[in-house]
Design a protein around this ligand. Structure first.
Ligand code: PEP
Ligand code: MN
Length: 371
């Protein structure tokens, strides 16, 4: 349990009415005043859109990419707030950004994924917001580290921030199905540790491409997230940053009109949400044990080679007995049925023998080829 984060205000205290999702939309980057005003004027038409997002300081992986228009964009965003009465959220990465955002009267700030990883930067931001009543959203760190995410939330709360939102935007990974793999178990763990922390999902950065955004957005809502932050651009393919993942306003409207906001309705919707949460945990556990089984079988093959080199038989009865004698009671102590554990061990052992046989035969074949 955290000694901080006990006074977090629910979204319904400061942003949306009870049961309403918190939806922010807007371009990845503010590019020109016309672009900002055009997309904001479209977005404000939809009653589900509660705030406008746009980046003016953009963290880019390599230099010489577009790094945002900087403070020059602040008056454009002020116009959105004043003329359209739509609160604006921008990313801040240091104390100076915070000061400029506060001077301009920007209503919401967020800490980006590349900043959450760095406690010095987060502390700099926390020092700059001390004593100011501004909502702060914190994206998950780019690496799958729950403690860093919680730590950033704590630093800001310690500085007096009570209007907070955690944003799930995915994690760097080798899983190429996503730009940033969702690792759904991590936001679930955050929710479990901090049940009062509002959490929204950023499907745009998770997906990296437009096509898969609806499925990820729906999954986030099914996991009981409180809203979404989505990148929307008047001409996505010409966007100065993230062109592949931004949606046209009309496609974004279609998306939010089609999504099922389950938490607003009946008990059975709650059931679906809970079921989805539990299934996500099961998915993760299965991914873990299958990965581990793959690692185990690689070692089995290595042992096979070693046995071959030393002219030792594949079946080692003593070792097999020892495995049964140690693993079965261990399984029972983990509330598993003993015959279930024995059946699993037998299947695994059979497969291990099959693999080692393959290794032996392979070596034989190599030798006969050399002859
Ligand atoms: C963004 O929202 O445009 C952005 C840069 O996000 P992240 O920090 O999640 O990469
Ligand atoms: Mn972006």
């Amino acid at each position: 349990m955290s000694e901080y984060l006990n006074n977090i205000k629910p979204l319904s205290d400061w942003m949306v009415s009870e049961q309403e999702p918190f939806i922010l939309a807007g371009p990845c980057s503010a590019e020109t005043e016309d672009q900002v005003m055009a997309v904001a004027k479209d977005l404000v038409q939809h009653k589900k859109v509660k705030a406008f997002r746009a980046g003016i300081w953009k963290p880019r992986t390599r230099p010489n990419s577009f790094e945002g228009v900087g403070a020059k964009g602040l008056p454009w965003l002020k116009r959105v707030q004043e003329e359209l009465n739509l609160p604006v959220a921008i990313e801040v990465a240091n104390g100076q950004h915070v000061e400029k955002a506060l001077e301009a009267g920007i209503q919401i700030i967020w800490v980006g994924a590349r900043t959450t990883v760095n406690p010095f930067s987060v502390q700099d931001i926390a020092d700059a917001v001390k004593g100011v009543d501004i909502p702060v959203m914190v994206k998950n760190p780019i690496n799958p580290d729950l403690q860093l995410w919680i730590g950033a939330l704590e630093r800001l709360n310690k500085a007096g921030i009570e209007k907070m939102v955690a944003i799930h935007r995915g994690f760097s990974s080798y899983d190429k199905r996503y730009r940033y793999a969702p690792h759904w178990e991590i936001p679930i763990q955050l929710k479990t540790a901090l049940p009062n922390m509002p959490m929204i999902c950023d499907p745009s950065h998770i997906c990296g491409v437009r096509e898969t955004i609806p499925a990820v957005a729906q999954k986030a809502l099914d996991l009981d997230m409180d809203g979404l932050i989505v990148e929307v651009h008047p001409n996505p393919s010409k966007a100065w940053s993230d062109p592949k993942q931004q949606l046209l306003p009309k496609d974004f409207f279609q998306l939010i009109d089609q999504l099922q906001f389950r938490r607003a309705s009946s008990e059975s919707a709650e059931f679906t949400t809970r079921l989805e949460t539990l299934r996500t945990l099961i998915d993760q556990i299965d991914a873990e044990w299958i990965t581990k089984m793959g690692e185990r079988m690689k070692i089995i093959e290595e042992i096979g080679v070693y046995k071959k080199e030393n002219d030792v038989t594949i079946l080692q009865l003593e070792r097999w007995k020892e495995i049964l004698e140690t693993r079965i009671p261990f399984g029972v102590s983990n509330q598993l049925d003993n015959s279930f554990v024995e059946r699993i061990l037998t299947v695994v052992h059979d497969e291990s023998i099959r693999l080692q046989n393959q290794v032996m035969n392979q070596n034989k074949m190599e030798k006969s080829e050399k002859k």
